[in-house]
Design a binder for this molecule. Structure first.
Ligand SMILES: NC(=O)c1ccc[n+]([C@@H]2O[C@H](COP(=O)([O-])OP(=O)(O)OC[C@H]3O[C@@H](n4cnc5c(N)ncnc54)[C@H](O)[C@@H]3O)[C@@H](O)[C@H]2O)c1
Length: 268
């Protein structure tokens, strides 16, 4: 779909940009922000018509590759021209890469870092300039439990997600005094197409994940979207800056050994 307004005319005046929003966590986040009154610019490599069904408000398709500097500059100019402002940026676009470290090809390493870390940096830099000019804004970077802990067979992915937390903390310090907050959410495992594809590749099973999660279930996309919306909204999170918010059913906080965790999950 080409760039442009696609539906509706309502909007509170608050503008959000969500990357990787054609499906999964990004799509749910875009819907949630639209429900809460944001005009939402929906980025993805391509934004098919169906991806916008149900938004029903003032939304804009903003196709582009977040790892491509020219695309990012074009997207920022487009939002500046149309709205003259941006209030929330959600860096959600990302790719998974499950392969043993010793077998990880250099081009896969670079591609993963490009999309998962350089992309958010470029988006922060270009949209952050607009936020700094208006002296307000909230950036939410979608990292992962894999940004907080090592998980085998994900060396490039985990390095990118750890890096994203470093980017978050640094920008929070650099921009916090100029009205721009920068935070990260760290989802546990979420039921999306990414999960389906990773499981189809033999990466893990549902039972692997539920067994390791104190709450004994996967996250739903709305669990992540609600946390992102909270951080995006200054009325709810005005003094939260540089934070990494785990949305993982207790995964990161739980150091229990397996049999103990299982006993607590079943209440025995
Ligand atoms: N699903 C999980 O279990 C899980 C867990 C922790 C973190 N995350 C993170 O959450 C984010 C969303 O995950 P998801 O499960 O919804 O993934 P997904 O694969 O279902 O969706 C990702 C979207 O990003 C888009 N995208 C990929 N490269 C892009 C690029 N260069 N430019 C613009 N868009 C691009 C894809 O086209 C896709 O629509 C990712 O950053 C992922 O690493 C996911």
């Amino acid at each position: 779909m080409s760039e442009g307004f696609v539906s509706g005319s309502r909007g509170s005046g608050r503008v959000a940009v969500v990357t990787g929003a054609a499906r999964g966590i990004g799509r749910r986040t875009a819907l949630t922000l639209a429900e809460r009154g944001f005009t939402v610019c929906i980025n993805d490599l391509d934004v098919p018509e169906g991806a916008l069904d149900g938004v029903g408000e003032h939304v804009v398709a903003l196709p582009g590759d977040v790892s491509n500097e020219d695309d990012v500059k074009r997207m920022a100019s487009s939002v500046a021209e149309r709205f003259g402002r941006v209030d929330a940026l959600v860096n959600n676009a990302g790719i998974s890469a499950i392969v043993a470290a010793e077998d990880t090809p250099t081009d896969l390493w670079r591609r993963t870092l490009d999309i998962n870390l350089t992309g958010p940096f470029l988006m922060c830099r270009e949209f952050g300039k607009m936020m700094l000019e208006q002296n307000s804004g909230s950036i939410v970077n979608v990292s992962s439990v894999a940004g907080l802990l090592g998980v085998s067979d994900r060396v490039a992915y985990n390095a990118s997600k750890h890096g994203l937390i470093g980017l978050t903390r640094t920008l929070a310090g650099e921009w916090g005094g100029r009205g721009v907050r920068v935070n990260a959410v760290c989802p546990g495992w979420v039921k999306t197409e990414m999960d389906e594809e990773d499981q189809a590749g033999g990466g893990y099973t549902d039972a692997d994940i539920t067994g390791r999660t104190p709450m004994n279930r996967f996250a739903r996309p709305e669990d992540i979207a609600n946390a992102v919306a909270f951080l995006a909204d200054p009325e709810q999170s005005a003094y939260i800056n540089g934070h990494t918010l785990s949305v993982d059913g207790g995964w990161f906080g739980d150091g229990s050994w397996e049999s103990l965790r299982r006993r607590k999950q079943t209440g025995e």
